[in-house]
Ligand binder design. Structure first.
Ligand code: OAD
Ligand code: ZN
Length: 248
């Protein structure tokens, strides 16, 4: 393991354009559950009911309450050593972008500056019908509020199943991935498209891939370096190694 960590550190410190793709696994050590796996959210909850337009239309209150709960959970948790190590890394190597599938806002709260949120952000809301957007309002209660402009429902600005990803973010993600020379994949099962295409596309364009995950993922067979373990333990080791290299 030590050797693999040194190898990853050297790969990252020599990288001009680096992309990091994160999934629910990076926030697990903050106390936010993942989606798949034995204790994942989708084991006990139905994504069609809670994370689709049809689900929202058939029971707006149920879906609204669930997102409010997730918002409050995310707010009460803190970024963990993995989020913080990525902030350090951003300051140590030339051009690092974090592309996340997470909506928990923890990368931004940790202090990462270049963050692309592919699936939205739990703090943001928009109208179901018109272009009105809103940030969370403490006056809101257990029912979805109405849009001040058109009277329709306000919904979470989060990508639901069957919906398109935000276009600017997606285009940027594909562009920077294809120009990366190192691509770091952290805590994602690699089962949700189009996010799962990014490392594959990066690799096709010459990037080397590093993965950090507690188990095997859809990517494990295709990466150059697979680091098996917790992101909050492994990432700080990599960052320390780069720091030591730089100061020697
Ligand atoms: P998943 O729940 O599918 O996968 C989480 C991954 O994190 C798994 O591969 C775990 O092995 C790994 N993992 C768990 N703890 C870890 C740790 N401490 N360190 C490193 N890895 C760890 O989550 P995602 O791949 O993010 O979409 O799921 C993708 C999308 O599916 C989500 O964005 C969400 C969901 O439906 C939407 O809500 C649109
Ligand atoms: Zn509206």
């Amino acid at each position: 393991m030590e050797e693999l960590i040194s190898l990853a550190a050297r790969m990252l410190s020599g990288s001009n354009v680096t992309t990091v793709s994160t999934g629910a696994g990076i926030s697990k050590e903050s106390g936010i559950p993942t989606f798949r796996g034995s204790d994942g959210i989708w084991k006990s909850k139905n994504p069609k009911e809670l994370a689709s337009l049809e689900g929202f239309l058939s029971n707006p209150e149920l879906v609204w309450k669930w997102y409010m709960q997730r918002l409050f959970t995310a707010r009460e948790k803190d970024p963990n050593p993995a989020h913080l190590a990525l902030v350090d890394l951003e300051g140590m190597i030339p051009h690092l972008t974090v592309i996340t599938q997470n909506v928990d806002n923890l990368h931004r709260r940790a202090g990462s500056r270049k963050v692309v949120e592919l699936h939205g952000n739990i703090e943001h809301f928009r109208c179901l019908e018109c272009a009105h957007t809103a940030d969370f309002d403490p006056e809101w209660d257990d029912r979805p509020p109405r849009c001040p402009e058109c009277g329709s429902y306000i919904r979470p600005d989060i990508v639901w199943f069957g919906e398109q990803l935000p276009r600017t973010e997606l285009e940027y993600a594909f562009d920077i991935s294809s120009r990366s020379d190192t691509f770091l994949i952290i805590g994602t099962s690699g089962t949700v498209q189009p996010a799962a295409q990014l490392p594959i596309m990066a690799r096709r364009n010459g990037a080397r891939l590093i993965e950090i995950n507690v188990t095997e993922s859809a990517f494990t067979g295709q990466v150059d370096i697979s680091l098996q373990g917790k992101a909050g333990e492994i990432l700080p080791l990599i960052v320390n190694e780069i720091r030591a290299e730089n100061s020697s």
